[in-house]
Design a protein around this ligand. Structure first.
Ligand code: PHE
Ligand code: ZN
Length: 877
């Protein structure tokens, strides 16, 4: 096999032929499904007559082909590995093909496959070419009519996009349904589902008064797990009307829960397909975090109906056009529905940990990449989350009103079209009058910009001079970086008053909270009439996806943590303070010196507890230490053992000093009221569980008793799982083991709960965990073929158990590589994603680097899918 070749954005050409209408008939069979396709094809006027017709097609068994009813002779077309070419075609014609595909042999879960007996499809990005020969690119948009034929007894439900227009019975116990989707769409939004499913139904009345039927289709045993998704969908539909003026455009909106799914969910027109983990919830099976995740994903997929479906991407390099914008939309929706400051803290914590690491590693790429080998590898934190941060900056730059005018313009101007990121940014520029030329570099430049800031207060002249210097480190293929347009929201907090001081810049009064624009490599900002010495609060609300370094002293940070008017930066000051103390402790651990707790951190925590912050969710965040992964992200060289030891030491020291406060918090926030996934309840539970984590850090009697009682009370999964995790991660096997066993037996029938059971065991820090991972891989509830199981067991071990994954003997790496090698054959997309932690080898000591690279080499020696090939090549480049 020849090496997979990259494709380039600069090679983009509009298609020579368009398909205006697509008529499909599926005759379902596990081993040999027949797919008939009739395509209404036209040559684009700007292309010359005689251009051959190129169709994508993979793993298709061609049975028949005809143009305008005339079967083609063998010399009139050529079929290859990746598709077919028809040498000569008329200007406008009907193309009929018939192919056979094998859903049961499809373990990659792309194209048509079976999951728990039901048929389903996944077409984004390039799965449709595994269903039929087609110009499988998003700039070809057609109306679809789909007839699904299946066995009436085993497949009573037959679904596709749009509205059902005809149904009937057929000989041999078969039946059919025909669906018509009036909205032209690219092939990646096609979907089909067939199975023995039950539905929950509700309604939504749109702002113009149209009635929409909402359906959630699930396996019968999950009928009691759909309430939250349905309520979330209704909230999302109302929110999109109110926030963006966007209304749903079909009479029917369906969601289907599927057990085997590579991603979270998929926005197929009128028929969203969800990973069951992203839609099913029940107080006894799903945690608060899962409830919130479901709400966010249901909204995300629904919002795609406009940002993605009505207006779609011209080509896959523009993926962030729909994903960045839609993530921004779902983040705003969740912020409006829950605690906005906590939503921001959670999103930024995650972003700074995971996206920063991606941007600093060998797979770093711009938000709009300029080349790729396998687009499936580009569903990344950079495309999604950094893309969303860019849209957020745009919204802040032009202001909320202009942003809304810009988005209205975008949706109306490009409705029904496949467009580019420039088209989107141009709308924002037009609506606001802003020059966004330099801003566009955010899309083409990879890597996390760093801003080195320093400031000086001049008492004599009452001036504060702030100097900001930006640089973006080199990333693969991009040695030289240009200066970005970075909006820095800031305040100057007076050290005497503890208040935001009025900001005057170049004679202009800006209020007490303002945005300054960093455009040059280095810029100086001179604030005048600054009446007292300030501590600057910079990049408030994480106003740009950058690393901002300022030489804060610990007193400054404690001061900001107590006084900053920006909730996000108040939290961040606490994180920075903890990180400084952790740095010392990490060094102490490495040098074998006795660890001494910094009293300033204890006092800062005491002050937070005394401040009686009324948003409990915020308080819980302020009491949470930076994660091991985030601490690692700050270190020049990652020492997983030192980080773990230092963080554990801080937790224990804090508990010793503040035990009574944690006891009080725990007791004050216990509640017997029936579970509801509502913000106040979620906040109280998170605060209570943070307190319990501290108490369990020293495993004193009270902590152990609370944890055991909380587990035994079996009130809701949030509390049960948290208590069980603390027990299992602790040292008291005599208590933890029976609890774990009871839990595993109780939930053996529920795969989504078993996933949690797997994860909480394989993330325990104890040294024997690798054996447990291997043991659990043989558990009847585990399967390498199911992506959720793989993520819950192998993914959790490799990504959330740094001490054990990075064992000095390399056994953790070996286990991951073995799994990747097996998955490379079964499911390349999942295999490629799983490699991520190995690609980060440069961050570790030399011995570990060698071990990690050796495993990557071992993978490279296999016959690789393009997905895994691309990642491994980059990692070893
Ligand atoms: N487009 C989906 C989303 O973000 C994600 C997805 C990509 C799902 C590829 C499946 C395959 O909403
Ligand atoms: Zn999306």
């Amino acid at each position: 096999m020849s090496e997979p070749q990259p494709i380039y954005l600069s090679d983009y050409r509009p298609p020579a032929y368009r398909v205006t209408r697509t008529e499909l008939t599926f005759d379902l069979d596990p081993a040999a499904t027949r797919v008939k396709a009739r395509l209404h094809v036209e040559r684009h006027p700007e292309h010359e007559a005689g251009v051959p017709l190129e169709l994508d097609g993979e793993q298709l068994n061609l049975k028949a082909i005809a143009i305008d009813g005339q079967a083609l002779g063998e010399d009139e077309y050529a079929v290859g590995e990746a598709g077919m070419v028809v040498h000569r075609v008329p200007q406008a014609f009907l193309l009929d093909t018939e192919v056979e595909v094998a859903p049961d042999a499809n373990t990659a879960l792309s194209g048509l496959y079976r999951s728990s007996g039901m048929y389903c499809t996944q077409c984004e990005a390039e799965g449709f070419r595994r269903i039929t020969f087609y110009p499988d690119r998003p700039d070809v948009m057609a109306t679809f009519s789909t007839t699904v034929i299946g066995d009436a007894a085993t497949l009573p439900v037959l679904l596709s996009n749009g509205n059902p227009v005809e149904r009937g019975t057929l000989p041999g116990g078969r039946h059919f349904v025909t669906w018509e989707d009036p909205h032209p769409k690219p092939s990646y939004l096609f979907a089909l589902v067939a199975g023995d499913l039950e539905k929950v139904e509700d309604r939504f009345t749109t702002m113009s008064g149209r009635e929409v039927t909402l359906q959630i289709w699930v396996e019968e045993e999950n009928l009691d797990k759909t309430d939250h998704a349905m309520a979330s969908l209704q909230r999302a539909m109302a929110w999109d009307e109110q926030a963006y003026g966007r209304e749903y455009d079909l009479d029917l909106f369906m969601i289907v829960a599927v057990n085997d799914f590579n991603m979270g969910a998929m926005e197929n027109k009128g028929l969203n397909i969800f990973n069951s983990a992203a839609v099913l919830t029940h107080p006894h099976t799903a945690t608060d975090a899962a409830f919130q995740r479901v709400e966010g994903i249901v909204a995300h997929e629904y919002f795609h109906n406009w940002s993605g479906n009505r207006v779609t991407c011209r080509d896959w390099f523009q993926l962030s056009l729909k994903e960045g914008f839609t993530v921004f939309r779902d983040q705003c929706f969740s912020a409006d529905t829950n605690s906005a400051p906590v939503k921001r803290i959670e999103d930024v914590s995650f972003f700074r940990t995971a996206q920063f690491a991606e941007d600093a590693g060998p797979t770093a790429h711009p938000v709009r990449p300029d080349h790729y080998i396998e687009i499936g590898n580009f569903y990344t934190l950079t495309i999604y989350e950094k893309g969303a941060e860019i849209v957020r900056m745009l919204s802040n730059l032009v202001g909320e009103e202009a942003f809304r005018r810009g988005s209205d313009l975008y949706f109306s101007r490009f409705d029904g079209q496949a467009v580019t990121i420039e088209d989107f940014v141009d709308c924002m520029a037009e609506a606001s009058g802003e020059d966004l030329g330099q801003f566009l570099r955010w899309y083409s430049q990879a890597g996390t910009p760093e801003i080195d800031a320093h400031g000086e207060y001049d008492y004599a002249n009452a001036e504060y001079r702030l100097v900001l210097r930006q640089r973006t480190p080199a990333t693969p293929g991009q040695a030289e970086k240009q200066a970005l347009h970075i909006p820095v929201r800031l305040g100057l907090v007076g050290t005497k008053s503890g208040r935001d001081l009025p900001l005057t810049l170049d004679g202009e009064a800006l209020g007490t909270d303002a945005v300054i624009h960093l455009r040059e490599d280095e810029q100086e900002f001179l604030f005048t009439e600054v009446s007292e010495a300030p501590v600057p609060s910079l990049a408030r609300g994480f106003s740009a996806p950058v690393k901002l370094n300022f030489p804060y002293g610990r007193e400054d940070l404690a001061f900001l943590q107590a006084h900053d008017s920006d909730g996000f930066n108040r939290w961040d000051a606490g994180q920075r303070l903890a990180l400084l103390a952790l740095d010392d402790l990490i060094a102490a651990h490495r040098n074998g010196v006795e660890k001494v707790m910094d009293p300033r951190v204890v006092e800062a925590f005491r002050a937070v507890l005394a401040a009686r912050i009324d948003d409990k969710a915020v308080l819980a965040q302020m009491l949470t230490l930076p994660s091991e992964a985030y601490i690692a992200e700050q270190q020049p060289l990652v020492d997983v053992d030192a980080i773990h030891a230092a963080r554990t030491f801080v937790k224990q020291s804090l508990t010793m000093a503040l035990r009574d406060d944690f006891l009080r918090l725990y007791e004050e926030n216990r509640s017997e009221v029936p579970y509801a996934p509502e913000p106040e309840q979620i906040a109280a539970r998170s605060l209570k569980n943070v307190a319990l984590s501290y108490l369990m850090a020293i495993e004193d009697e009270a902590g152990l008793e609370f944890a055991q009682a909380q587990f035994a009370a079996d009130h809701n999964m949030t509390d049960v799982r948290h208590a069980l995790t603390l027990l299992v991660h602790g040292s008291r096997g005599d208590i933890a083991d029976p609890a774990l066993k009871a839990f595993g037996e109780k939930w053996a029938h529920d795969p989504l709960v078993m996933d949690q059971w797997f994860s909480l065991q394989v993330t325990r820090p104890q040294a024997d965990v690798l054996d447990r991972v291997k043991f659990l891989m043989a558990h009847p509830a585990f399967s390498l073929k199911n992506p959720n199981r793989v993520r819950a067991l192998i993914g959790a071990f490799a990504n959330q158990n740094p001490v054990n994954f990075h064992r000095a003997d390399g056994a953790g790496y070996r286990l991951l590589a073995d799994t990747v090698i097996e998955l490379n054959r079964l499911n390349p997309e999942i295999a490629a994603r799983l490699i991520t932690p190995l690609t980060r080898w440069a961050r570790f000591d030399e011995a570990r680097q060698e071990l990690m690279k050796a495993e990557l080499e071992r993978i490279r020696a296999e016959e690789l899918s393009p997905n895994v090939y691309e990642v491994v090549e980059k990692a070893l480049a």
